[in-house]
Ligand binder design. Structure first.
Ligand SMILES: [Zn+2]
Length: 300
């Protein structure tokens, strides 16, 4: 029996909201495994995990809950997700898809929030487009290790929250056509990138906080677009100046309202966020979000 008494500050009906919620995790390795474990602990009702891969020895140092036996038997990462989530919280419904997310798109479309913990820009780009079209908040996490000199390295990363009607991964230049082109040219040539467990933990934990704040807003922070840049050497997560300034009132033209949403659920009827006076935005965002959520539940 689980007691949620220490997280009652999330709201009187928080556990009911969390229990009714469905979170999609795309990619279950370094970042995704932290996500699954934490969403199970906090009491999310339904967790859907999308990953086609089996665990390899090089995954073990950062896949939370994985064992040497998993590696020896070449188990699917989704099998590890089922075991970890089931052990942490049997009340959670865990559904796994051993495929690319595109091959289980109907299941992903039913999620209330999607978090991408993937390696490449093209997958992120596709995920964000899919989430925009289906009116689903998308949260992206990722990390990189850069070589400074023969002995030293720099760990960077990001957590980005992308909501329909708000700036996107392209607005902040995290995804550009040039990056996608370079990635496509290198495809197959680039070896495995360096990854370690602790930055994944920081970034995934922050993403869980973003997701819970959307479902059970406990914080006054109500910006639709959130971008935290991670400096793993200093141990800092900061909002870049670009986001604080330019993007605060930026209208995204990469995903116009006419391209958003299911035809049965027209986002234009929700009064776009940008039309609201900035002074009343913080209260408005939450109401807007809840109406979206309710509409999606009625139409999905
Ligand atoms: Zn945009």
């Amino acid at each position: 029996m689980t007691s949620y008494s220490r997280q009652e500050f999330l709201g009187a009906d928080a556990q009911a909201v969390l229990l009714a919620a469905s979170v999609g995790i795309v990619g279950y390795c370094g970042g995704g495994s932290h996500l699954g474990q934490q969403f199970a602990h906090v009491g999310i009702g339904r967790i859907r995990v999308f990953d086609p891969d089996t665990i390899e020895a090089s995954n073990h140092p950062r896949l939370v809950g994985a064992s040497p036996e998993d590696v020896a038997k070449g188990r699917l990462k989704t099998q590890i997700a089922e075991r970890v989530v089931g052990n942490v919280n049997p009340a959670v419904t865990i559904e796994t898809y051993n495929s690319k997310w595109e091959d289980a798109a109907d299941a992903l479309a039913e999620c209330d929030i999607v978090i991408g913990a993937v390696d490449d820009y093209s997958t992120r780009d596709g995920l964000e487009r899919f989430c925009r079209r289906n009116l689903i908040p998308y949260i992206d996490i990722g990390m990189d290790v850069h070589t400074l000199d023969s002995e030293h390295h720099f760990i960077s990363g990001q957590v980005i929250q992308s909501l329909p009607g708000h700036p996107c991964l392209r607005c902040c230049n995290y995804i550009t056509d040039e990056k996608l082109d370079r990635e496509a040219e290198r495809y197959g040539a680039a070896g495995p990138r360096p990854q370690v467990v602790w930055p994944n933990g920081v970034l995934a934990s922050t993403a869980v906080g973003f997701a819970i704040n959307l479902l059970c807003p406990w914080s006054p922070e109500r910006r639709g677009f959130r971008f935290l840049s991670y400096d793993g050497n200093e141990g800092e997560l900061v909002t870049p100046a670009l986001v604080r300034g330019y993007l605060e009132n930026h209208v995204c033209d990469h995903h116009p309202p006419t391209e958003l949403g299911d035809p049965l659920c027209d986002i234009r009827s929700f009064c776009p966020y940008q039309q609201v006076e900035s002074s009343s935005r913080s209260g408005f965002l939450n109401r807007w979000w809840m109406r979206l959520l309710n509409c999606r539940r009625e139409t999905v």
